[in-house]
Ligand binder design. Structure first.
Ligand SMILES: C[S@@+](CC[C@H](N)C(=O)[O-])C[C@H]1O[C@@H](n2cnc3c(N)ncnc32)[C@H](O)[C@@H]1O
Length: 543
């Protein structure tokens, strides 16, 4: 049974197939080249891919990695049956493995013996219930020094396999079975519990896809089973090694790497993927600290350069002009020439567009409001990629005081996706509003309570989601506090989030105890059920 993708999921999984297979292969080629450069000499790369596109990716990999070092393709049987009897049912994925040199890290992996094999070979049991098979004790080559009589048994033609002392030792350990019949030969016992199993080959039929009831299921549509990644990571890396997954999705590779004591790096272009991964890692007991970095302005600068720049990336005034024209068109606004801070007009509202490489600042909005006042305009829409901290709380009342209705709108990442733009899929949401209460319940302590969270344009939220929301906190999936924000990186001090098992969410943090009294900046970060961040900083006086 396959589940229809919801609107949220469809956006979360959108990948770069925009211009068809050629553009996809080009995208992969560029990334695989970089991955080869990053790969250590004894490292391996595994590319997991559907069979239709897999053969093309295999050719790319051969081009990039050459044919000199070991490589192969693994066939993972990912479903047992296929409903279609009109053609061959495709029930596998390809996992293409390439090494960078002959000196690759390798730990053989084993799978259990089949029941038929066990039934035919391991037919015996000791009185303690240990299962074993019998093997001969003859030397394969002539060994005159091992040609001796042992416990009344004549030596075999080429001699015994072991020295006399070893034979005695093995016998006392119960590893040699004496013949039950006259004229029989002593035999060696191979115990099943000491055999590693069958070395795993290139057909993997023993790993099932993630079951919707499984604890590991994160509801990420393309999530892979942890056992699959376990086999790969164990085979090709050792503890302390670095594992990277550049298309990490729900973070299966990273979660398994963490559990197996490897270091890891993950990357994905979907914010829903990153959010799912974050929660999944936080759920691992004893998970080491990790950092979430945002490509943010670097990606946007690059996009601006290649989309509007001359000769690819050179940003000129013309580039900026074209960027503004593009954004205004997307927002459905008309350009207005002759003004400094106001770029366009939509209906009655003036429009200001934030730059790609800097947060919209309080000063910037202040001057845009002043220009509105100067030309007797009463409504201002500001579109931004990022926002100066504290701007929302300060500027909405400030604009109101000066007779201007101010709307702050988030420019979504999808603006940079050609496919989404062409499909007319871009929506600008108003910034969410967060109300928080900070209490200092006792000496040197503080707690944070969420009082309200408002997603303004609820009409843009898919019906299927909206009908399930009963109260404001239902929109929140995760929230965290940095108790002593230093105006650079958010350091998670206290966190809570919904899990599949536990859908409840605490709205008051545990108390945090400071070492000294003083004035602290408390950073509260909320991630909503769509994966959007809303952050606010509060100053608190701790006695
Ligand atoms: C098949 S999913 C990975 C699933 C993952 N193995 C798991 O177990 O959850 C592929 C992921 O690649 C991401 N993706 C697609 N194109 C990308 C790109 N150019 N750069 C980074 N991530 C990309 C998608 O957002 C998606 O999450």
């Amino acid at each position: 049974m396959t589940k229809q993708q919801s609107t949220i999921e469809e956006k979360a999984y959108r990948d770069t197939w925009g211009k068809g297979i050629d553009s996809y292969l080009q995208m992969m080629y560029e990334r695989l080249l970089l991955m080869r450069e990053l790969l250590t000499e004894d490292g391996s790369i595994y590319v997991h891919i559907g069979p239709r596109i897999g053969c093309r990716i295999k050719v790319l990999l051969e081009d990039i990695f050459g044919m000199g070092s070991p490589s192969t393709e693994i066939c993972w049987k990912r479903v047992t049956g296929h409903g279609d009897s009109q053609r061959w049912g495709v029930i596998h994925d390809l996992i293409i493995w390439h090494t960078k040199s002959d000196n690759f890290a390798w730990n053989p992996q084993y799978e259990p013996y089949s029941s038929e094999y066990l039934a035919s070979k391991y037919r015996y049991q000791t009185i303690n219930g240990r299962r074993y098979r019998l093997d001969n004790l003859t030397s394969p080559n002539p060994r005159p020094n091992m040609t001796y009589e042992w416990r009344g048994h004549k030596p075999p033609q080429f001699g015994w396999r072991y020295k006399y002392e070893t034979m005695e030792k093995l016998y006392t350990e119960g590893r040699i079975e004496l013949p039950k019949k006259e004229g029989g030969r002593p035999q060696f016992r191979r115990f099943l519990d000491e055999m590693p199993g069958v070395p795993v080959g290139t057909i993997w039929a023993d790993i099932s896809p993630v079951n919707s009831q499984a604890i590991e299921d994160t509801r990420y549509d393309t999530q892979k089973p942890e056992t699959l990644l376990e086999r790969i990571i164990k085979a090709s890396s050792n503890e302390g090694n670095l594992v990277a997954d550049f298309f990490c999705g729900s973070g299966t590779t990273l979660a398994v790497a963490e559990k197996l004591g490897r270091r890891w790096i993950g990357c994905d272009l979907g914010r829903f993927a990153i959010h799912t991964t974050r929660k999944r890692l936080l759920d691992i007991e004893g998970c080491k600290p990790f950092e979430i970095l945002n490509l943010g302005k670097y990606e946007r600068q690059y996009w601006q350069g290649v989309t509007f720049g001359e000769q690819g990336t050179h940003v000129t005034e013309q580039t900026l002009y074209e960027y503004l024209a593009f954004m205004l068109k997307l927002y459905g606004a008309q350009p207005v020439p002759g003004l400094t801070h106001l770029h366009g007009k939509k209906g009655k509202a003036m429009v200001h567009i934030g730059a790609v490489d800097a947060p919209v600042t309080i000063d910037e909005i202040d001057t845009a409001i002043a220009e509105c006042v100067q030309c007797r305009q009463t409504e201002l829409h500001v579109l931004g990629w990022e926002w100066e901290i504290g701007l929302y709380d300060l500027m909405i009342p400030e604009a109101k005081k000066r007779g201007v209705k101010l709307l702050l709108l988030q420019i979504p990442r999808e603006v940079m996706e050609r496919q989404a733009v062409d499909k007319g899929d871009i929506q600008f949401f108003e910034l969410a509003y967060l109300e928080v209460n900070i209490l200092t319940p006792r000496k040197l302590a503080a707690t944070v309570t969420l009082k309200d969270f408002v997603i303004p344009n609820t009409e843009l939220i898919p019906e299927e989601v909206r009908t399930k929301v009963k109260k404001w906190s239902d929109y929140i999936d995760y929230w965290a506090v940095d108790w002593d924000f230093q105006d650079d990186t958010f350091m998670q001090g206290w966190v809570t989030y919904r899990t599949r098992k536990d859908r409840t969410l605490a709205l008051t943090s545990d108390p945090h105890t400071y070492e000294e009294p003083g004035r602290y900046r408390v950073f509260v970060k909320v991630v909503d059920i769509f994966g959007n961040d809303t952050s606010q900083v509060f100053d608190v006086e701790v006695q």
